[in-house]
Design a binder for this molecule. Structure first.
Ligand code: ADP
Length: 175
C-alpha cells in the first residue's frame, strides 16, 4: 500500500531482497551481528559487512551508523540500535523515534534517496507492535514533510500480522 503520494510504501517481505539505496538494520550495540533481521542482513551481505562494522566500535541506542551493502542488492546498510522494551518508562518511545530520525538524517547526508526500514525493536527487543508502528510512521511522515531529498521510504514488514498493523495505523495517521 502507498501513502503520502507514493513517498511511503508499506510492503510485506524480506528486507534483504530490496533494491534500494539503503536498508536499515535493527542492530545491537556491538554492531557485530545477531539474530532476527540483523542475522539475515549479515548473511546476505557476506563477511565484508562484519569486517566493516567491527571497525565502527559499536553504536549507542537511538543512534545510527552507515556501511556499504556488499553482496546485498541495497547499496548501503544503516545500522541503528532500537531500545529494549522495559515496560515503557525507560525512554523507549523517544529512543525508538531517535532511531528513525537519525537513520533518515544519515541517509540524507549520504545521498540516499530510497530507504527501507524493518520494524525496529519489535522482535527480540519486545517493543509492543502497535505502539512502535505509530512511532515509526509518525517520525517518517514528519521527516518526509521537511526533507525533499528522500524520494521513497519503504516499511518492510515481516509476516502478514505486522503488515496488517502497519496498514491499519497508516490509514489512521496518514489517510
Ligand atoms: P529487535 O532486536 O530490534 O527487536 P529483530 O530482528 O528481533 O530486532 O526484529 C525486528 C523486526 O524485524 C521484527 O518485526 C522481525 O519480524 C523483523 N524481521 C526479521 N527478519 C526480517 C527480514 N528478513 N526482513 C524484514 N524484517 C525482518
Amino acid at each position: 500500500m502507498e501513502y503520502l503520494e507514493g513517498r511511503l510504501e508499506i510492503i510485506e517481505g524480506d528486507i534483504t531482497k530490496l533494491e534500494v539505496d539503503a536498508i536499515v538494520n535493527a542492530a545491537n550495540r556491538s554492531l557485530l551481528g545477531g539474530g532476527g533481521v540483523d542475522g539475515a542482513i549479515h548473511r546476505a551481505a557476506g563477511p565484508r559487512l562484519l569486517e566493516e562494522t567491527r571497525a565502527l566500535g559499536g553504536c549507542e541506542t537511538g543512534e545510527a551508523k552507515i556501511t556499504a551493502g556488499y553482496d546485498l542488492p541495497a547499496g548501503h546498510v544503516i545500522h541503528t540500535v532500537g531500545p529494549v522494551w522495559h515496560g515503557g518508562r525507560s525512554d523507549e518511545d523517544r529512543l525508538l523515534a531517535d532511531c528513525y530520525r537519525n537513520s533518515l538524517a544519515l541517509a540524507v547526508e549520504n545521498g540516499v534517496k530510497t530507504i527501507a526500514f524493518p520494524s525496529i525493536s519489535t522482535g527480540v527487543y519486545g517493543f509492543p507492535m502497535e505502539r512502535a508502528t505509530r512511532i515509526a510512521l509518525g517520525e517518517i511522515k514528519e521527516f518526509l514533510a521537511g526533507a525533499d531529498a528522500i524520494e521513497r521510504v519503504i516499511c518492510c514488514t515481516f509476516g502478514r500480522k505486522d503488515y496488517e498493523v502497519y496498514t491499519r495505523v497508516a490509514s489512521e495517521l496518514l489517510g
